[in-house]
Ligand binder design. Structure first.
Ligand code: CAA
Length: 282
């Protein structure tokens, strides 16, 4: 039975996961690398719950109860007693493996370790642990409290019991699930990322202005956001790391991050999270 959930990483996705898990009645211990990042993550959770209250998706008592279930820490050992751990750190294999190695050492045998990775191999992450059958992908979508989907990713070594437990947990958060094998990008990013990269290439080629590329897609296809706005929303850094991971797996140029994307990431223009991407944010 899952009562206490550990979330490692309280960035854009981690904070969203902390929020939805707390709102669903679980106790949470949320980990970040330092006090500043932790505070920013918890502020993000509070801001989002405030919006949920304003939009009448959450009442004030439920907001306060959810907030009281969240404990922040900068010490990974504080996750030792969790019944489930969800990792949402930067999309880099070495960093994910380091977290899983530590979690494997800290948490009770049999506890499921889930990764929110959007593109990296669950099988490879699992191999860094002594419990590869208990490692699974649980891929949430941004904004986590609003997007109804979770992709459950079955690594080569993931047991059926683990997949079922991950599914039951995601459903207890009110999410719909799809199950997918451990293939780079899973379902959504396999289709989404080439489209986003092509939008950057179109801009690089001068096919149209960024505004017209976005308008074409919102008005021509009824998407809620155009691709360049969506890139700013997801994070150019995250998309760049996903593209790099997929390019290194498939060696297919359609996955290669276009130079403009790389330059923007190097310049720190990561989208909404940094105040500037294709557009500027205050
Ligand atoms: N909690 C609960 N509900 C909330 C909320 C919160 N914190 N914040 C907003 N909402 C609700 C609102 O009440 C509203 O609900 P109703 O439609 O029932 O009224 C709904 O969410 C939409 O909110 P807003 O009206 O504020 O905003 P919007 O209409 O401008 O939509 C958006 C915002 C949902 C982000 C929309 O633009 C959208 O769907 N964009 C695309 C997002 C997307 O594609 N995400 C996936 C990215 S890919 C990814 O994440 C994976 C990866 O690995 C890269």
């Amino acid at each position: 039975m899952i009562r206490l959930v550990g979330v490692v990483g309280c960035g854009l996705m981690g904070a969203g996961i902390v929020e939805i898990v707390a709102r669903s009645g679980y106790e949470i211990v949320a980990h970040e690398l330092n006090a500043d990042l932790l505070q920013r993550g918890l502020k993000r959770v509070e801001g989002s719950m405030q919006r949920a209250v304003e939009r009448k998706k959450l009442d004030d008592a439920a907001r306060q109860a959810a907030r009281s279930r969240i404990r922040g820490t900068t010490t990974l050992a504080d996750l030792a007693g969790v019944d489930l751990a969800i990792e949402a750190v930067i999309e880099k294999m070495d960093e994910k493996k380091a977290v899983f190695r530590e979690l494997d050492r800290l948490v009770a045998p049999g506890v499921i370790l889930a990764s929110n990775t959007s593109s990296l191999s669950i099988t490879e992450i699992a191999a860094a642990t002594g419990r590869p059958d208990r490692v699974v992908g649980m891929h949430f979508f941004n904004p986590v409290p609003v997007m109804p989907l979770v992709e459950i990713v079955r690594g080569l070594t993931t047991s059926e019991e683990t997949v079922q437990a991950a599914q039951a947990f995601a459903e207890s958060l009110g999410k719909k699930i799809v199950i997918c094998k451990d293939s780079p990008g899973f379902i959504v990013n396999r289709l989404l990322v080439p489209y986003l990269l092509d939008a950057v290439r179109a801009l690089e080629l001068g096919v149209a202005t960024k505004e017209d590329i976005d308008t074409a897609i919102t008005l021509g296809l009824s998407h809620p956001m155009g691709p360049l706005t969506l890139l700013d929303f997801v994070g150019l850094d995250t998309t760049y790391y996903i593209a790099e991971a997929m390019y290194s797996e498939f060696k297919d140029p359609r996955w290669a991050p276009p130079p403009l994307l790389k330059q923007m990431v190097m310049a720190g223009w990561w989208g909404r999270k940094s105040g500037r991407g294709f557009y500027e944010y205050t």
